[in-house]
Design a protein around this ligand. Structure first.
Ligand SMILES: [Zn+2]
Length: 491
């Protein structure tokens, strides 16, 4: 055993040397190309839902599948019958090291496996991981394909083709070539919608080709849903002053069974919004819900998906983005001013009900979003965005607002990689009178007392039976009246 342990570093050294020589001999593109993968995805059965994946890639002896995503565990257990084939035809054995982790006795380039994709029983999981039912399903390459080799390298580019049950088709943000093959640069942001009778409607919004793909019967016409999505994209484009080019898609699916639109789940990756919604309601109620959910999800096409920033800043791209989405809904008449105030009051109650709400900073909460209190980054983030928006409007006599963060963010963050929290800190603290905003509300823990905070702006906060209401004072100063009207108040 000791001998084996000692030999590992030597082998590693040899690999590094070979890699250096290899790099010197071959052009740099060969190195990148070495991780390219050819994949065939075959839906072999709908009940139980099973997919066979056949793949050919670079020589490797280790394949690792994602075992957890968005707090959903045990994903690696779905992978079964992992097999490899050596070019020489000799038998190569494979060991299952851990859930979703496989190692062969020899490096090979061809491998295949089956993966169980039963529909998830928890509705909230349906937008986050791959599944298939009798009518439709989502194939998310992040949990469908493995990382390669002992360094867990992400394969790229991946050429992928599908063999689906009769009558089924596939749709995604990517378009296939003439051989119906897709070339995927980033597996983590690529989702394929498969199903019987998928329908696609398209519209051009500014520079974006926006498509709505859906299936099943809805009380509304596809065109009407697309129209709302288009209006929202236009607003976000204006707000960020950053145009998105190319194709983006909303992949909309209904929940099975009798479920109303109060139940929904969404995940926006790359240029795809995956949205599942209960369909048991009138067209009006469904479209209203769709608008509110899409106002937030479509914003993710910009933030964080088009920012080159890194670090844990969920407090911003969830909390601040939710707040701006709420204002977008107000501008588009998707909600009323009272709904805006009621939403902030509900968020405040949810924030106050969390045991650690005054002891956890937004930065800490973002670092452990899925393990600590998942709703904290949304609730406190949204409250801080609300306070930030009011402070800026007040300090600049409505010359600027919280929305002005976004064009500044896109001027730097879209192209230059950097630490998101540092970049956002410099933007938030920059205006005169705001110089400790980030430290006070984002970096350090501390309670938010909404009644005292909102009083200077003409709001009154009342809490009765643990339920908060945010009201507007009858008597307002001229300045308070102006600020509130800039938000959409019509009193
Ligand atoms: Zn979100």
């Amino acid at each position: 055993m000791r001998l084996a342990e000692q030999r590992v570093p030597q082998i590693k050294q040899l690999r590094i040397l070979l890699a250096i020589f290899g790099f010197l001999i071959y052009p740099a593109t060969e190195e990148v190309h070495a991780q390219s993968l050819k994949v065939r995805v075959i839906v072999t059965s709908l009940s139980p839902a099973r997919v066979l994946v056949e793949s050919e890639g670079p020589l490797a002896d280790t394949w690792s599948f994602r075992n957890i995503y968005a707090g959903i565990p045990r994903l690696g257990y779905r992978v079964e019958g992992f097999k490899v084939a050596a070019a020489s035809g000799e038998t190569v054995s494979v060991r299952n090291l851990a859930p979703g982790e496989f190692r062969s006795s020899k490096e090979v380039s061809t491998f295949g496996y089956e993966i169980q994709l039963e529909e998830r029983s928890r509705l909230t999981e349906l937008s986050h991981v791959s599944w298939i039912n009798q009518e439709r399903g989502f194939l998310m390459l992040a949990d469908l394909l493995p990382r390669l080799g002992r360094e867990s390298l992400v394969p790229s580019p991946v050429t992928i083709e599908f063999k689906l049950p009769p009558g089924w088709t596939v749709a995604s943000a990517l378009l296939p070539d003439k051989n119906q093959q897709y070339t995927v640069a980033n597996i983590d942001s690529t989702v394929f919608y498969i199903g019987r009778e998928l329908r696609e409607t398209r519209v051009r919004v500014d520079s974006m080709d926006l498509a709505l793909v859906t299936s099943g019967d809805w009380a509304f016409a596809d065109r009407d849903a697309l129209k709302i999505a288009g209006k929202i994209v236009k607003e976000h484009s204006k707000l960020t002053r950053h145009r998105l080019y190319g194709r983006s898609v909303v992949l909309l699916a209904p929940f099975n069974g009798v479920v109303g639109p109060e139940r929904w789940t969404a995940d926006t990756r790359g240029a795809s919004v995956v949205l599942l919604l209960g369909r048991n309601a009138s067209a009006r109620a469904l479209l209203a819900k769709l608008g509110v959910v899409l106002a937030h999800e479509l914003f993710h096409l910009w933030v964080p998906n088009r920012l080159a920033l890194d670090g844990d800043y969920d407090w911003f791209f969830e909390g601040f983005t939710l707040y701006q989405a709420l204002l977008t809904c107000l501008r588009l008449n998707l909600i009323k001013f009272d709904d805006y105030l009621d939403t902030m009051a509900r968020v405040y109650d949810s924030y106050r009900s969390q045991p650690d709400h005054d002891r956890l900073s937004l930065i800490e909460a973002s670092e452990r979003r899925w393990t600590a209190t998942p709703s904290f980054v949304y609730d406190k983030g949204m409250l801080v965005a609300f306070i930030h928006d009011l402070m800026l409007r007040h300090l600049t006599r409505n010359g600027t607002s919280g929305a002005d963060i976004y064009p500044q963010l896109f001027r730097t963050g879209a192209t230059v990689p950097g630490n998101a929290n540092e970049v956002i800190m410099s933007i938030l603290n920059r205006p005169p009178g705001m110089n400790q905003f980030f430290e006070r509300y984002v970096q350090n823990p501390g309670d938010i007392a909404l009644d005292a905070t909102l009083a200077p702006y003409g709001f009154r906060v009342e809490t009765k039976d643990f339920r908060t209401r945010i009201l507007i004072n009858k008597e307002l100063t001229v300045e308070q009246g102006r600020l509130l009207r800039s938000l959409g108040y019509q009193g």
